[in-house]
Design a protein around this ligand. Sequence first.
Ligand code: GDP
Ligand code: GDP
Length: 466
Amino acid sequence: MPFTVAIVGRPNVGKSTLFNRLVGKKLAIVDDTPGVTRDRREGTGRIGDLEFKVIDTAGLEEAFDDSLEARMREQTEHALDEADITLFMIDARAGITPLDSHFADWLRGRDNPVILLANKCEGSAADNGIYESYGLGLGEPFPFSAEHGVGMNNVYDAIQPAYDKWMEENAALIEEEKLLAQVQTRTIINEEGEEIEEIDTSKSPLQIAIVGRPNVGKSTLINHFLGTERLLTGPEAGITRDSIALDFEVDGRKIKLIDTAGMRRRTKVNEKVETLSAADSRRAIRFAQVVCLVLDSSLMLEKQDLTIAKETIDEGRALIIVCNKWDAVKDRKEQLQKLADRMETSMPQVRGIPIVTLSAKTGRGTDKLFPAIFQLYENWNIRVPTGKLNRWLEQMTEAHPPPLAQGRRLRLRYMTQAKTRPPTFVIFANKPGDLPGSYLRYIANGIREDFGIDGVPIRVMMRKGE
Ligand code: GDP
Ligand code: GDP
């Protein structure tokens, strides 16, 4: 996905030297795919404010002296397929060799954008080579010295126009990646040396998706909130036609509303509408932390709704059920009972999923939605301290000991919360594989009840540990 730069050229022109300079010292993630790409080097390159992926095609040629050209071509071809821009390097001190010319001819026959870099230009010995290189037919050369770091501004100038153009063309994709990164957690090491995953929830906006079948009132609901809450302005605000997210603030908290309609506008027109809406909600769920599943209160929880609910839980996101058009419901008690029954039979694995009844049209009940979302989000981010968990585990196993397996008592030794978003717990046991599912459910339900983690998926995993 990132903007990708390939460095190509005959051996010894200085490709590796430039690669190392761009990538810095912690260079060279060696691609370990067997075969042709084995020794291709890749890394994250930086120059000024530009950040991109660099592929170095150096070091591939030597092993195949007899078919040097074929070998170069094969490797280069792979790099070019991936690259958004190709830096073709020459050694200006050595001048243009037949191999350079040959390479240039071949490059011109392809439709990759090529920039000509003249390396080793730290002194006047390069002047003649620079002059000769115009003859390659690849435009004006950008002179620099990879080894001495002279003229790196020229390399910047060579890359920047293509980079800017690419960033503009891929703005929507870049935005999507940012959204996804928000949902995914990063791993950090805590004071006790444990690896845990965290995200700074105070700074990043809460990402909410509003999903549901057509006509349940999603747009009406979104418009209601956009009409009553303060919209954020400035470059970060995504209120543009193509944006897939709307930014606003509720009670001083930043909200990013994933806009499926925005996604739809960007999807290809020739796709079928039905498949589109299913795909839309699936994508919105992936980008969201809290998913609001909107129902039409006269048709509580149809099959399609359940599919969306299940996808949300499977993805580990927090789910909230919004019963819209509550104004039009006659027997409210009966409808709520129907919903509760369907949830109990179809989604027993997550207890306490919040239900908010409201009317997007009249605005009645809409003030309950965000407090419910904030509470749910907190549950999704909850972290139970290890000491507390283990005292709890002891009580649980005492109250109801694990069963025997082949005559031997199963022992649950230790428990820790490995992750938040959703809360994920790991239990170390002597024979983890023998613990019945019913016992795991006993533990999971106990955690939910005793620590008050309602409405979000809870995961419990077993590991071996004496
Ligand atoms: P590659 O085979 O294209 O990857 O080339 P290398 O990066 O291995 O460089 C080949 C040789 O050229 C090495 O001895 C480098 O030290 C030298 N070299 C690289 N850049 C420069 C430069 O800017 N000026 C001079 N004079 N030598 C350079
Ligand atoms: P979407 O397809 O889910 O975005 O649904 P819309 O927001 O376009 O709404 C579909 C229809 O339901 C429209 O005619 C709305 O006026 C109507 N509608 C939306 N919310 C309510 C509500 O709270 N009560 C009633 N009675 N009708 C509503």
